[in-house]
Write a protein that binds this ligand. Structure first.
Ligand SMILES: [Zn+2]
Length: 351
């Protein structure tokens, strides 16, 4: 990115004005002290003739400068650190299997509750409590999409009573920033329909690979479902381009041993991606319980979160969430109907 601080004179003016907007664009060092700083450093300004400018930390260090303790010039500037803290908080919220408490979150991040609230408002325009609520509502919406097993969905999303869910839903705010991006923002997605022995599907793909396979009763319903998942993407129906890929998908559904060859482009939270990848390790004809999958990714306490991640799986069959069973090997729920899950498993057992 071209900087507006492109001459030493402009940089010098920014240092004199202690412009925090200049932080991150360059660093300055003072030859008499041997210390380098962010432009906004509150320490006493040096003489112009003793000041040198650097594009980055390594340039300052190469020139023999040491970092300033006051503005912590060996770390990203304050605004960047704040942004990273909010980002970290969002990841903790998204990856948590239980409902997150703001106090506990602040403690975990080493800041006060008040400071965390301030930063959330500054970067996301909503407070952490509202953010947590909207992530949970979003998660529930994913889970509720399929079977109509409303209560199971609510339970899996971490709601302990349906009353709490409906109270939340009523005051739900806009999607949080991190979730927004995952709704396909900036993605170009092509899709096409096909019919398999387990029902009608839509196959959606980016240049990289398959990003979604969904079951549905009709093309209209499939498009609605796809649009809901990728409401920020550009979606184009394109049978010609996808013909070969769709054939591969159908073959992979009919013969699970072929499924591993399909290129995928799936995105979720770090936790979801870990679960989805673990699902692909369950061989056709085998099954695992939510608890076993949780243990296999090193989070034995997260069985319920694994169930949520399975329910949010965007790629039916190829990411085999149907091979995961509840405690006592109960079929439990399936995003595309328990009956379909039973048929898929029966098919794989005999294949
Ligand atoms: Zn400094």
């Amino acid at each position: 990115m071209p900087s507006i601080y492109d001459t030493d004179e402009k940089r010098w003016q920014a240092v004199q004005a202690r412009e925090s907007a200049a932080d991150g664009s360059f660093l300055y060092g003072v030859v008499t002290t041997g210390i380098y700083c962010h432009p906004s450093c509150p320490s006493r300004a040096a003489l112009k003739r003793n000041t040198r400018f650097y594009a980055n930390r390594s340039a300052a260090i190469a020139d023999g400068m040491r970092p300033c303790r006051r503005c912590r010039s060996d770390e990203p500037p304050l605004l960047e650190r704040q942004r990273q803290l909010v980002e970290k908080a969002c990841v903790l919220i998204s990856d948590s299997e239980e409902a997150v408490k703001v106090d506990a979150l602040a403690m975990q991040l080493g800041v006060s509750r008040f400071h965390l609230q301030k930063l959330f408002r500054q970067f996301l325009q909503i407070g952490p409590k509202q953010y947590i609520k909207s992530v949970r509502a979003q998660r529930a919406a994913h889970i509720l999409g399929g079977d109509g097993e409303v209560l199971d969905g609510i339970y899996e999303a971490g709601y302990h009573s349906s009353a709490a869910y409906y109270a939340d839903g009523a005051q739900r705010l806009g999607m949080p920033a991190r979730v927004y991006k995952r709704q396909g923002e900036g993605m170009h997605i092509r899709y096409a329909f096909a019919t398999t022995r387990f029902g009608k599907i839509v196959v959606a793909a980016t240049r990289i690979g398959v990003c979604s396979i969904l079951f549905g009763e009709s093309q209209t319903q499939l498009v609605e479902d796809l649009t809901a998942r990728f409401c920020k993407a550009s979606l184009v129906r394109d049978r010609e381009t996808l013909q070969q890929l769709v054939e591969q998908v159908v073959a992979g559904i009919e013969d699970p041993s072929l499924a591993a060859r399909l290129p995928l482009d799936i995105q979720g939270t770090a936790f979801q991606e870990k679960v989805w990848s673990a699902l692909r390790d369950i061989a056709p004809g085998d099954t695992a319980t939510y608890a076993e999958v949780a243990a296999s990714i090193g989070k034995p306490e997260a069985a319920r979160a694994v169930a949520s991640a399975c329910a949010a799986n965007p790629v039916a069959v190829i990411v085999p969430c149907h091979r995961v069973l509840g405690a006592g090997s109960k079929l439990a729920g399936y995003r595309w109907g328990v009956d379909r899950k039973r048929r898929l498993l029966a098919h794989e057992e005999t294949h």
